[in-house]
Design a protein around this ligand. Sequence first.
Ligand SMILES: NC(=O)c1ccc[n+]([C@@H]2O[C@H](COP(=O)([O-])OP(=O)(O)OC[C@H]3O[C@@H](n4cnc5c(N)ncnc54)[C@H](O)[C@@H]3O)[C@@H](O)[C@H]2O)c1
Ligand SMILES: O=P(O)(O)OC[C@H](O)CO
Length: 330
Amino acid sequence: MSRIAILGAGAYGTALAISLARRGGHDLCLWAHSPTLAATLRESGENLPYLPGFTLPFDIDITDNLESAIDEMDVLLCVMPSQFLRETIARIAPKLTRDQVILSAAKGIEDISFLRMSQVVASLVDNQFAVLSGPSFAQEVASGAPSAVVIATAESSLAHSLQRDFTSPTFRIYTNDDVAGVELGGSLKNVIALAAGVVHGLNLGSNSAAALMTRGIAEITRLAVACGGRRQTLAGLAGIGDLILTCTGSLSRNRTVGVELGKGRQLPEIIAGLNGKVAEGVRSTTAALGLAKRYGVEMPITEQMHAILYENKPAKDAIRDLMSRPGRDE
Ligand SMILES: NC(=O)c1ccc[n+]([C@@H]2O[C@H](COP(=O)([O-])OP(=O)(O)OC[C@H]3O[C@@H](n4cnc5c(N)ncnc54)[C@H](O)[C@@H]3O)[C@@H](O)[C@H]2O)c1
Ligand SMILES: O=P(O)(O)OC[C@H](O)CO
């Protein structure tokens, strides 16, 4: 049995809490950043703003008090949007004990610093770290549809202990020791999912979508390898697996943002329509491009996605420019 604090009561934190409660055998506490959200969860027994339609089991403690949420917990599962990880860890740092494990499920890269979540955590505390990533829409995890994800950490005994903690008949865990590869797979696929949405919004058809996903994983892999990840990791659940899901699944927020951009809507209006739900790729596109420049890696899709998002480039022009690049070997 483990004591697990789930820090972040958005769609995915709530879904993982439901999945862990269904598995049974753990003490669970779910921390909501906003007191209003915590009160709604407690009163309605449902996460109406972020994951409506799923009942929260009674055995999940719900709180908006971060310090009490982590008190005497073994695993701190961080599931807030990536841009809030730093401030959350900084707040709990004085109270952390050395034996508490930080497990991140956030799929993003920090703005400006271009740090991965493992690097953000390591810049603040020296607790053991692991990352959970892979193809897993919150709604499907909550409903108990069979899903498989990866938990990566440098320490194999920790990987196996977390694998035991999270494994259930509907949630299968693979372990990996390639933290950088798993983190970058999960973050960079969001950029390609935005582009896949654009292709769909422009009604370009299946050939374009297949080409985009294939060339997308090629550029994700180039950058991940340059950052120290393993090529093989990007061929697994945290790479191609999550890319396929997010580029093709209509539940994806990133893909949805891309679809609307492809239809010609403006980014601020699209983001406002998400009502506080995060599409991590919108911010990670800038960080991905920053990392690509730092490591001298060519990322043509990411470059065009950045131009659509931040330079008002019409989506059709971006596709034309991708198609008119000089011919290459595969
Ligand atoms: N939704 C999914 O299907 C899914 C699946 C896998 C991974 N993820 C990842 O999980 C992370 C969280 O996404 P989500 O979908 O659960 O969120 P969400 O979009 O459903 O909700 C956003 C959350 O951010 C919280 N928030 C707002 N300000 C905050 C602050 N200052 N500090 C901490 N939290 C704050 C809100 O209370 C809310 O809980 C993201 O990195 C996402 O990529 C999501
Ligand atoms: O809804 P998205 O686009 O944030 O994708 C959710 C998950 O990352 C899918 O694994």
